[in-house]
Write a protein that binds this ligand. Structure first.
Ligand code: MG
Length: 192
């Protein structure tokens, strides 16, 4: 599916699934964000989330946070970061309906992306979610695989890894940042 197809279709019946690190906030490669003081929104992310809030019916975050399972930070700290992040997004006109975090260490854990447990949890909490009317935005191939396993449209952000050759089985679109991608939808909406 090409970029334009999706941009012309998206409305409030659609759900946006967002990875966190490298999508909403700057990723600390090789380490974890263990305190709110280390959390920095990506350039333009707050503006992007305001725009996306006007377009999508539901917006949820699905994030692997193995640092908790490894004992590098507590679950309480992770919850604190999620809640401050959500508040800051709301203050800036955006919205996150819920943050799902997988703290498991094992790649086999059903909630750890690319496994789809967090998508199933979101559907339980928000039964109106239709995975075929959902977009997954992330910056790793495991995010793309998570999305594709649920038949979502996938957007790969090149914030950590280099751009992939398209067409790609797991990637429908590729962008440099959440804001760049959000702007492509906004333009299509005005045109359409
Ligand atoms: Mg990431």
């Amino acid at each position: 599916m090409g970029a334009f197809d999706i941009q012309a279709q998206v409305d409030k019946s659609w759900t946006l699934f967002l990875d966190r690190d490298g999508v909403i906030n700057d990723e600390i490669v090789g380490s974890y964000i263990t305190d709110w003081d280390e959390f920095r929104f990506c350039d333009g992310a707050l503006e992007a989330l305001k725009t996306l809030n006007e377009i999508f019916g539901n917006i949820v975050v699905v994030t692997n946070q193995r640092g908790v399972g490894r004992g590098i930070m507590s679950f309480e700290t992770l919850k604190d970061i999620s809640s401050r992040m959500t508040t800051e997004i709301e203050v800036n006109g955006g919205r996150i309906d819920k943050v799902y975090a997988c703290t498991a260490v094992a790649d086999t854990d059903h909630n750890r992306k690319p496994n789809t447990g967090m998508a199933i949890q979101a559907k339980e909490d928000f039964p109106q979610i239709d995975f075929k009317r959902s977009v997954m935005v992330g910056n790793s191939l495991s995010d793309m695989e998570f999305g594709k396993r649920m038949a979502m449209h996938t957007v790969f952000l090149t914030t950590k890894h280099a751009a992939h050759q398209l067409p790609h089985d797991l990637i429908d679109e590729q962008c440099s940042s959440l804001l760049t991608w959000a702007k492509t939808i906004k333009v299509a909406e005005v045109v359409g």
